[in-house]
Design a protein around this ligand. Structure first.
Ligand SMILES: NC(=O)c1ccc[n+]([C@@H]2O[C@H](COP(=O)([O-])OP(=O)(O)OC[C@H]3O[C@@H](n4cnc5c(N)ncnc54)[C@H](O)[C@@H]3O)[C@@H](O)[C@H]2O)c1
Length: 433
């Protein structure tokens, strides 16, 4: 099957998968509710002298709410964060609406998305924007892409550059930070650990110092299941020991510990999110996974199925798992993005700090993944090699804490991951490279 033919079958996969699924209907309903929230934002900015524009954004306070005719504001996650009837000036708003109005404070708030031009960061910018926030992407573009910054301004800069960070904090006065920026390549972390710690740890300390100076004390941090090391029990819950087996995992654990100290001694509230294996893409193909070099299983398998790589090499077939290959928990990037928005909302609502896993709770073996990609995208050659050092046999999340804490429920299954990723890789990524 040629690339063109495969692209066709992939697009039919995504169309069929979405139009018929209850998820898709739910997301349509959500899109309608986002559109309402957005039109409110625009209205708000037009009416109020206090608002230059939504893009220049700053946190609306109750006092800043403009005089408005009766209007309902609905937003986020298919649940209502704020449903408010604004009659006359906000100061005259009936008492029973005051707590709801307080919630409106963070609709339109600026959120500094550090690493916002990268894979998960850009999907989070999309989700934040859809829920009424203004995402400000701060990224040095070392691995990010200008083309991914579509839902708010880009401020080019490095997390190790304190002066640049101070400038950006002053310009936007963000209400919270979502921090994705990091070197992520495990192999590179073994080859050059100090460079890794410099970026991931030292850079994060500079970011935290700048945030502190700007009185920003809410942060959502991208951590990883790699902080658990080799799991002693599956699924992994948050009480599991954290004994990372490479500098990448250790750099993330060090930042987790720093954040705990900042919480304890300085009142900095953080949500530490330990992702399992992020995969999938925006179903509309506006953004997707684009790492260089690519080392993640889903994009590698899809590129092989599209004929862009000669074969897929399975690393290890003698693990103590159901088919001998490693088992991983693939979680859709849109589900991850949504968890970040929920975390931001919780922090802005005054939540205490938390750390939790973000995975689906379902393990898929590498061989099972390949079989699914072959069915959806097309057949390809698979080779089998020895284990890679540092790979855990099985990494599957117990996600019950995230469910309880922020009401997070992953909406996408493996088919949705493969279909959206294949759509991105076959129809959209080639236009950019
Ligand atoms: N992709 C996964 O499956 C996965 C799993 C667990 C954890 N994570 C974590 O999630 C975060 C995002 O991962 P991703 O897959 O989107 O990676 P990514 O490389 O696509 O995104 C990281 C972004 O940070 C930027 N960046 C890196 N160093 C920077 C610096 N010094 N200053 C400013 N910007 C900088 C890069 O340019 C890039 O845009 C990372 O912290 C990673 O450790 C990812």
């Amino acid at each position: 099957m040629g690339i063109a033919r495969r692209a066709e079958s992939v697009s039919s996969c995504s169309a069929g998968n979405q139009s018929s699924s209850p998820n898709h209907l739910r997301s349509r309903a959500r899109a309608r509710s986002f559109a309402r929230a957005k039109s409110f934002d625009l209205n708000l900015s037009a009416r109020s002298k206090n608002f230059d524009s939504v893009a220049s954004g700053f946190s609306a306070t109750t006092q800043q709410l403009p005089a408005a005719s009766e209007r309902q504001v609905r937003c986020v996650h298919g649940r209502e964060v704020a449903t408010v009837r604004l009659k006359g000036r906000s100061r005259e708003t009936p008492t029973d609406n005051r707590s709801r109005l307080a919630q409106l404070r963070f609709v339109m708030a600026n959120i500094l998305v550090v690493g916002g031009a990268g894979y998960i960061g850009s999907h989070t910018c999309l989700d934040l924007f859809n829920k009424g926030f203004t995402p400000i992407a701060y990224d040095n573009l070392s691995n990010g892409h200008l083309e991914f910054v579509k839902w708010g301004p880009l401020e080019k800069g490095d997390i190790r550059d304190r002066d640049r960070l101070d400038e950006v904090f002053k310009k936007y006065r963000p209400s919270a930070i979502v921090h994705f920026a990091a070197a992520i390549e495990v192999g590179e972390s073994v080859r050059d650990p100090s460079a890794f710690y410099e970026n991931n740890v030292s850079g994060t300390i500079t970011l935290l110092r700048a945030a502190q100076a700007a009185s920003v004390n809410k942060i959502v941090f991208s951590s990883t299941c790699a902080t658990y090391g080799v799991p002693l029990a599956i699924p992994i819950n948050e009480t599991h020991s954290q004994l990372p087996i490479n500098p990448y995992g250790r750099s993330k654990l060090i930042v987790e510990q720093i954040l705990r100290d900042l919480d304890l001694y300085q009142g900095v509230r953080s949500f530490i999110l330990r992702y399992f294996n992020a995969a999938g893409a925006d179903p509309q193909g506006r953004i997707g996974e684009w790492h260089s070099p690519e080392t993640h299983a889903v994009p590698l398998a899809i590129e092989t199925a599209l004929g862009r790589r000669p074969h897929f090499r399975v690393l290890g077939t003698d693990y103590d798992t159901r088919d001998g290959s490693c088992i991983r928990d693939f979680v859709h990037v849109l589900d991850l993005a949504e968890a970040h928005t929920r975390s931001v909302e919780s922090l802005l609502s005054g939540s205490a700090s938390h750390a939790f896993n973000l995975g689906t709770g379902h393990g898929i073996s590498v061989k099972e993944l390949l079989k699914n990609v072959q069915q959806v995208v097309g057949d390809f050659k698979v080779e089998y090699g020895p284990r890679r050092e540092g790979d855990s046999p099985s990494l599957v999340a117990d996600n019950s804490l995230a469910r309880q804490t922020i009401g997070w429920r992953p909406q996408h299954d493996l088919k949705s991951i493969i279909c959206t990723a294949a759509n991105w890789h076959s129809n959209y990524l080639p236009r950019l490279v």
